[in-house]
Design a protein. Structure first.
Length: 208
């Protein structure tokens, strides 16, 4: 009997988020029933690709190509996460709309003009991922219509005053990428394909 996978809860990343640094080595081939952690790019193992908001937009695309990724965390000098930018953001219609809206040339745009700010970045909590399977992650991405989703855990910051409670600070712990999941499932999909087409190719390959 075919299992029905439910989408995982999404929440807003919010301001003042940081990101994890690597401490461990990557994993290989998976199935839909494999642990979701096996397809997560774990920032405790892999240093994320980051970029400053003032960087030229054209440079963001080149940097993604150089790093072999399709998502960059946008961070400030204190490594606080300000947003994300993807290859689709750079190569889609966003730059044209931003240039028209600001009355500037496309080559004058910066990452900040096109990125998705933290207030609009939806994430999954690590506690949900630890209980989930690869199928749950795929369904989450499919319903959201996205190629990527971030995973967060939390640091508890010391209270500012003695009787105050500690403040939870979101830390980006991982990244799910539809292209990486497809590779680990053994499915060949074209880079940069539409989300719906990518999912249809994955489904077709897995029912053969």
């Amino acid at each position: 009997m075919e299992r029905i996978y439910q989408a995982l809860p999404l929440r807003e990343l919010g301001g003042d988020a940081g990101f994890r640094r690597p401490t461990q080595p990557p994993s290989g081939r998976v199935s839909l029933e494999s642990s979701a952690l096996e397809v997560m790019t774990d920032l405790a193992r892999t240093t994320p690709a980051t970029i400053r908001p003032q960087a030229p937009l054209a440079g963001a695309n080149q940097f993604m190509i150089t790093r072999g990724v399709r998502l960059l965390l946008v961070v400030d000098d204190l490594e606080i996460v300000l947003g994300v930018i993807t290859a689709n953001d750079v190569l889609g219609e966003r730059p044209m709309l931003a240039a028209t809206g600001r009355g500037v040339r496309r080559d004058e745009l910066t990452v900040a003009d096109v990125m998705t700010p933290v207030e609009r970045v939806e994430v999954i909590e690590l506690a949900e991922v630890e209980r989930a399977r690869v199928g749950h992650v795929l369904e989450t991405l499919r319903r959201a219509g996205r190629q990527h989703v971030l995973v967060v855990d939390f640091d508890v910051l010391p209270p500012r005053r003695p009787l105050d409670a500690g403040v939870k600070r979101a830390m980006v712990r991982g990244i799910f990428s539809i292209s990486q999941i497809a590779r680990q499932l053994g499915v060949s999909v074209p880079a940069g394909g539409e989300v719906a087409l990518t999912f249809s190719e994955i489904e077709a390959a897995l029912i053969k």
